[in-house]
Design a protein around this ligand. Sequence first.
Ligand code: LMR
Length: 320
Amino acid sequence: MEVQQSLTVCVTGAAGQIAYSFIPLLLSGQVFGQVKIHLRLLDIPKMETALKGVVMEIEDCAYPLIGDIQSGSNPKELFKNCDLIVFLGGFPRLPGMERKDLLQKNANIFKEQGEALQEVGKEDVKCLVVANPANTNCLILSRYATKIPRQNFTCLTRLDQNRAYAQVAQTLNKPLSSLKNIIIWGNHSTTQYPSIEHATADGQSFVLSDQGQFIERIQKRGAEVLNARGNSSVFSAANAVKDHIKDWFNGREDTLLSLGVLSNGEYGIQNGLCFSYPIRCLGAFKYEIVSNLELSDFSKQKLKVTEEELIQEKGLAESI
Ligand code: LMR
């Protein structure tokens, strides 16, 4: 098939694990289809040699879709002319670190990257934040890159949504393709609310015999994987990054999706928080927040809990 157009895509944390799984998906056409990709790879100076190795491997794949490649540690060089930046790089949670310490370390990284974006970024660049705490990192990034429209900032909750679909399919013993509209609300953390309230299986609404167990399973799935592997989720995260970008870019009619986006107050959530909502992806990186779903009191209470956590995270980030 003929290559139709090109996109410039930057990946941060490019020598890291998720990038190592995501880059092959990107360059083999599984994200954008037959679109040429000019690649920008950013990582910290300490990772310079490893990053060179990643570039060598990309070259050795001889991907027909690869355009030019630039790599380095300066966001002001690498963010220039980008159409999309995937923020995989963050400070990892080390043993004994409090959430507040993690927030602080990452707030500084995302402040610096937001400033770089403001200085050299294209005004229509799209951003996907994956590094944790993803929602609050995304909020900080947007705060420092004010020339970029707020709807261009998103964070990843598609991993949670994919997990929820898989668990429901197993529980109901139904194919994944029969399920629609399972929604992740709020923070990508243990307060997130995976909801089946508006979901259908074969077009019919359904209940789970133990909804509490389902919610907790999804909320704690990241930790469950971490404990089993001794390491965070990698290829399932990269796969969710692929799904998020692909549907955001192409549009998706058949189901609601979950993306963390900046709130305009929908469902009473504080304006400006980065909150995972039910989203309709319209194509060409456009989307709308579906803001008219009826919520039960149970759901409203769950939304409050995860909103409260995001307000606290925002407060901590602002105090830094
Ligand atoms: C996940 O959901 O698997 C990760 O976000 C967990 C983590 O802290 O790396």
